[in-house]
Design a protein around this ligand. Structure first.
Ligand SMILES: C[S@@+](CC[C@H](N)C(=O)[O-])C[C@H]1O[C@@H](n2cnc3c(N)ncnc32)[C@H](O)[C@@H]1O
Length: 202
C-alpha cells in the first residue's frame, strides 16, 4: 500500500498541473445517479476532494446547495475561480481534510477518487466522519479504483480497492445499494473502477 499524500503534496500537484484524473468534464456516472435519485431541489450536497470543481459546479447549476471540500488549498482556489467564471452559483468552499471530521446535515455526498486516496487504515475513519455529516437515509456515491485491473510491472494508475474492502469499510455506516464495475472515463482509454452507491443507516 502506498503512503498517503500529505496535504502539501496534493497542493503541489495542483500547482504543477499534474492532474491526470482531471477530465474537465462532468462525470457521467454522477449525472446518471443524480437522474436516478431525483433529489429535491435545494438538497444539501457535499463533494469530498472536489479537485478543480467541475462536478461541484454542475451540482450547483442543478439547483442543489453545494459544499465542496478539498485538502489542497490550490484545488479550492481553482474551484472558486471556475464557479465564479460561470456566474457564481452558490457553492460553499472549504479547504478541509475529511479525516479531521466534518459537520453538516447533507442529503447526498459524492467523491471521485478521494475515498481511494487515503490509506486502508484511514478509510474506516473517512466513512465514519462522512456518515456523521449526513442525514439518516442520505446517499453517498463513491467512484474508486478497482483491484481487478491488471497492471504491467511499473505501470501506474489510481489506488486499487477490492469489493471486499469497500464493503467492510462502508457497511458499518451505510447500506450498499449498488456496486458496479465501471471505467473512470467511459469515453476513452481509462482505468477500471468501482461505482459504490450507498445509503446511510438509521
Ligand atoms: C484523485 S484526486 C480527484 C479530484 C476530483 N474529485 C476529480 O475527480 O477531478 C483526489 C482529490 O482528493 C483530495 N483529497 C485527498 N485526500 C483528502 C482528504 N483526506 N480530505 C479531503 N480531500 C482530500 C486531493 O487533494 C485531490 O484533489
Amino acid at each position: 500500500m502506498s503512503p498517503r499524500h500529505t496535504s502539501s503534496e496534493w497542493n503541489q500537484r495542483y500547482l504543477d498541473g499534474n492532474l491526470p484524473w482531471d477530465s474537465g468534464k462532468v462525470d457521467p456516472h454522477l449525472t446518471a445517479i443524480i437522474e436516478q435519485l431525483a433529489l429535491p431541489d435545494q438538497s444539501a450536497v457535499l463533494e469530498i476532494g472536489c479537485g478543480t470543481g467541475t462536478n461541484a459546479l454542475w451540482l450547483a447549476q442543478r439547483g442543489y446547495r453545494v459544499t465542496a471540500i478539498d485538502v489542497a488549498e490550490k484545488a479550492i482556489a481553482m474551484t472558486r475561480d471556475k464557479v465564479k467564471a460561470y456566474g457564481g452559483p452558490d457553492v460553499t468552499f472549504d479547504t478541509a481534510d475529511i479525516l479531521d471530521g466534518l459537520t453538516g446535515n447533507y442529503d447526498f455526498a459524492f467523491d471521485r477518487g478521494c475515498f481511494h486516496s487515503v490509506t486502508d487504515d484511514e478509510r474506516p475513519i473517512f466513512a465514519a466522519n462522512l456518515a456523521a455529516a449526513l442525514k439518516p437515509g442520505a446517499w453517498w456515491l463513491s467512484l474508486c479504483g478497482s483491484a481487478d485491473e491488471q497492471r504491467a510491472k511499473g505501470e501506474t494508475g489510481p489506488p486499487q480497492l477490492t469489493a471486499a474492502h469497500i464493503a467492510a469499510t462502508v457497511e458499518p455506516h451505510f447500506a450498499i445499494h449498488q456496486l458496479d464495475r465501471i471505467r473512470f472515463r467511459p469515453d476513452g482509454p481509462t482505468h477500471m473502477a468501482w461505482l459504490c452507491l450507498s445509503r446511510k443507516r438509521g
